[in-house]
Design a binder for this molecule. Structure first.
Ligand code: PPE
Length: 306
């Protein structure tokens, strides 16, 4: 899907016209994937656009940067404001926000430490990540590509280079004509989708892989765990086998881009009756109410842009 362009991209403090938001081809990030980033959604509410869990996303961005010894030359407050400003400057009601912290131009070679740390924040309209799957349920495969081990790449950091791993799995899914791929971790337990965390439901209990399974600690994952517990469901973080996936009553993805997306088929095997399950539907419904500011109890998760 081609990008829906907006007017400006925030680049180190400047509102740069979309088409002029460029970097040098010899920037370190281009060659070595040296960047950390975030994906954040902003939703239309009765009180204007509201950004979902902005503080948690900015906290994770700083955490990711610290793992790679990148010192962000702005305070968290400055970047929080910049996220709000870029939504406003573009006149957007509902959008996706992409802050990226990257190593710039100046030297070649793997050593990243002497390069400048630059920051950009874009915002644009991005519809459902997996198209119709949000309503109808996704058909997925388990990729033959494994997720990297924790002593190869820290999955807690949302960093750019490692997404080459995700791309291999995604290519496999596209070639096989399905919506998405699930990766197993280095031990053979379920890890996550190429841009989503995963949950299964069995006998009314929710299960999701733990951090040890090389997952990104997703903010949507955290939100769903809290929402499900508030609804009095038991939620267990534990290693899951592929057989547990195939034989679950319900399976779904969570992610900022993917939001809450049911999974109805894995490797050609139907999950449950092959339709999005009732608990997934219930969680989807409340999630979309929360992000639109319709659930009093969760208003603390919203940052209004005004
Ligand atoms: N795992 C991976 C690998 C991942 O990329 C994401 C987000 C998640 C889990 C869920 O995390 P969270 O968004 O905090 O709930 N993927 C982002 C980028 C997707 C893209 O294609 O770009 C996103 O959803 O914004």
């Amino acid at each position: 899907m081609p990008l829906t362009e907006s007017k400006y991209i925030w680049m180190d403090g400047e509102f740069t016209p979309w088409k002029e938001a460029k970097i040098h081809i010899l920037s370190h990030v281009v060659h070595y994937g040296s960047a950390v980033f975030e994906g954040i959604r902003c939703y239309k509410t009765e009180k204007g656009p509201a950004i979902f869990r902005l503080k948690e996303h900015i906290d994770r961005l700083y955490f990711s940067a610290s793992i790679y010894h990148m010192k962000i030359p702005y305070t968290k407050e400055q970047l929080i404001n910049a996220c709000k400003e870029i939504v406003k400057a573009n006149g957007l009601q509902e959008c996706y926000i992409r802050p990226i912290v990257y190593r710039g131009y100046g030297e070649m070679g793997v050593n990243p430490l002497n390069l400048p740390v630059k920051v950009a924040i874009a915002a644009w309209v991005w519809g459902p990540y997996l198209g119709k799957a949000k309503e109808e349920g996704a058909r997925v495969i388990i990729s033959t590509w494994r997720r990297f081990a924790p002593d190869a790449i820290p999955s807690m950091a949302k960093s750019s280079g490692p997404y080459m791993n995700n791309q291999l799995a995604k290519i496999e899914a596209v070639e096989r004509g399905v919506d998405e791929a699930i990766m197993l971790d280095y031990r053979g337990f379920v890890s996550e989708g190429t841009g989503e965390n995963i949950f299964i439901i069995k006998n009314n209990i929710l299960y999701t892989p733990p951090l040890e399974a090389s997952i990104l600690p997703g903010i949507t994952r955290d939100s769903i765990i809290k929402i499900a517990k508030d609804l009095k469901y038991t939620v267990i973080e534990k290693d899951l086998t592929r057989a547990e996936l195939y034989h679950a009553d319900e399976v779904f993805f969570t992610g900022t881009a993917a939001e809450v997306t049911p999974i109805v088929e894995i490797d050609g095997i139907k999950i449950g009756n092959g339709k999005p399950g009732p608990i997934t539907r219930k969680l989807q419904e409340i999630f979309f109410k929360i992000v639109k500011g319709e659930e009093e109890k969760y208003l603390k998760w919203l940052t209004y842009v005004k």
